[in-house]
Design a protein. Structure first.
Length: 280
């Protein structure tokens, strides 16, 4: 990932918030400010990852459209090189500049196989690179290029269709993952602010007139702040790995799960911090 101006701005703002939080050390607001600074600093990187994922999906969709148009053109008897040149001015979204570069290279007399290799490197997408390799090999080997291109386009179309079907089938599991995490978070908060204080009160009653009990309780005393921090870390870790799992199931990659991890960690941190201020 290329570090951009927005990344530096996010890190700068996050650092300022963290420095400000140091003035509130020992107060309930400290963790809210400190965590907010970390989240603000990480936000630009998460947004970049989300945009990269969207761009990758758009590349595959536009390449499928380009392949279909190329098949139709070649089937009319137009050579593949001329077909690519004829298609360069069509709207292919994020893939448009790469297709224009490919067509310009062919116009300058660069061999098709070399131009296709450059195109695959510039696009930097596994599906596109694999398909371009097949087209280049087919063009070099000869034969009916129209039928070969049609088979390649059908394979790309089938791959895209399977991805969409898997995403639709898995969408329910993604929603369930969010619901399960929210239920888990509610249980943790109930334990922190309801059950543990009640158990602590019962333990204090048990120490009346029992010196040994009192000494044990004193030796094992845990502050409310330590308990709150432990539960917060538990929620953040659970949110991070739950998000990665949701991304892997829903979109087929852990990289896509970063946005889910960030959303769940942000949710758990915000709810926990506010609950500690209001109920703590």
């Amino acid at each position: 990932m290329e570090i951009k101006k927005s990344h530096y701005i996010g890190m700068g703002v996050g650092l300022i918030i963290i420095i400000v939080s140091l003035f509130f050390t020992g107060t309930k607001v400290f963790f809210l400010l400190f965590g907010s600074g970390i989240l603000v600093g990480a936000l630009p990187f998460v947004i970049s990852l989300v945009n990269e994922t969207k761009e990758e999906n758009e590349k595959e969709e536009m390449f499928l459209e380009f392949t279909r148009n190329l098949v139709e053109s070649v089937k009319t008897g137009t050579p593949i090189s001329r077909s690519i040149i004829n298609l360069k001015d069509k709207a292919y979204g994020v893939l448009g500049p790469h297709i224009k570069k490919l067509a310009n290279q062919i116009s300058l007399g660069i061999p098709l196989s070399s131009a296709l290799n450059v195109f695959a490197k510039d696009v930097n997408n596994k599906t596109v690179s694999r398909t371009i390799t097949l087209i280049g090999e087919a063009e070099t080997a000869g034969g009916d290029i129209g039928e070969i291109l049609e088979a390649v386009a059908e394979a790309v179309n089938m791959s895209d269709k399977l991805k969409k079907e898997r995403k639709a089938a898995i969408s329910t599991l993604v929603i369930q993952g969010y619901i399960i995490f929210i239920v888990f978070m509610i249980i943790i908060l109930i334990m922190e602010f309801q059950i543990l204080p009640m158990v602590s009160g019962i333990a204090e009653l048990g120490t009346i007139g029992t010196g040994t009990f009192a000494n044990m309780a004193a030796g094992q005393a845990i502050s409310q702040e330590d308990i709150s921090n432990s539960f917060l870390y538990l929620l953040l870790i659970q949110g991070f790995f739950t998000g990665l799992t949701i991304g892997k199931l829903g979109e087929g990659g852990f990289k896509a799960g970063i946005k889910h991890s960030f959303a769940l960690m942000f949710l758990s941190f915000s709810v926990s911090a506010v609950a500690n201020i209001v109920l703590g």
